[in-house]
Design a protein around this ligand. Structure first.
Ligand SMILES: CC(C)(COP(=O)(O)OP(=O)(O)OC[C@H]1O[C@@H](n2cnc3c(N)ncnc32)[C@H](O)[C@@H]1OP(=O)(O)O)[C@@H](O)C(=O)NCCC(=O)NCCS
Length: 151
C-alpha cells in the first residue's frame, strides 16, 4: 500500500504519452490511443501524472471551456487501484482547477463503470442527466451518465 501523498505530482509532458497509452490498454475496455493522448497534450489540455520512482500510477486530463473544467480522463493503473489514489488524484485535480478560476467540473461516465461512479459520488458529483447510447459497447451501445459539481 502507498498513500497518495507519497506520489510525485506534476504536469504531463510528451514522454508520458507512451507509458500512459500502455496504462490505457490495461485499464479500459475502450482505451485512448497514443495519438488521442498526444492530440490532447498538443491542444493544451491540462494533464497531470502521479508517479512513484518514475512509474506512473495515475493521471488525469482536463479541458477548460470558459470557467468549466471538463474531466476527459482520470485513470489509476490497475496495479495501483483500490488504495485511495483515484480519490486523491481527483481531489488534487479539482484543487488545481479551482486555483485556475474554474467554477464547475463536468464529466461523462459509462453507466456500467461502477468504480468510477462510486468515486464521483464519493467526491460530491451529482447526476445531471443521461445520454442514451453515447458509447460503443460490446453488443451495441451504452449510456453515458453526465455528472458535475461546483469547485
Ligand atoms: C475509477 C478509478 C479511477 C478509481 O480509482 P481507485 O484508485 O481504484 O479508487 P480509490 O481507491 O481512490 O477509491 C475511491 C472511491 O471510489 C469508489 N470505488 C473505487 N473502486 C470501486 C469499486 N471497485 N467498486 C465500487 N466503488 C469503487 C469508492 O467509492 C471508493 O471509496 P471507498 O474506498 O471509500 O469505498 C479506477 O478504478 C480506474 O482508473 N479505472 C479505470 C479507468 C476508469 O474507468 N476511469 C474513469 C473513467 S470515467
Amino acid at each position: 500500500m502507498i498513500a497518495f501523498s507519497q506520489l510525485k505530482l506534476r504536469a504531463w509532458r510528451e514522454d508520458d504519452i507512451a507509458p500512459m497509452a500502455e496504462i490505457e490498454q490495461q485499464a479500459y475496455p475502450y482505451p485512448w490511443s497514443a495519438s488521442i493522448l498526444r492530440d490532447c497534450l498538443e491542444a493544451g489540455h491540462w494533464g497531470w501524472v502521479a508517479s512513484s520512482r518514475g512509474e506512473i500510477a495515475a493521471y488525469a486530463v482536463v479541458q477548460a471551456v470558459l470557467d468549466e473544467a471538463h474531466l476527459l480522463n482520470v485513470c489509476v493503473a490497475p496495479a495501483w487501484q483500490g488504495q485511495g489514489i483515484g480519490r486523491g488524484m481527483l481531489h488534487w485535480v479539482m484543487q488545481q482547477c479551482a486555483a485556475r478560476e474554474m467554477q464547475r467540473m463536468l464529466l461523462e461516465v459509462r453507466a456500467s463503470n461502477i468504480p468510477a461512479l462510486g468515486l464521483y459520488r464519493a467526491l460530491g458529483f451529482q447526476q445531471d442527466g443521461v445520454r442514451k447510447g453515447y458509447y460503443p459497447a460490446s453488443g451495441g451501445r451504452e449510456d453515458a451518465v453526465l455528472m458535475s459539481r461546483a469547485l
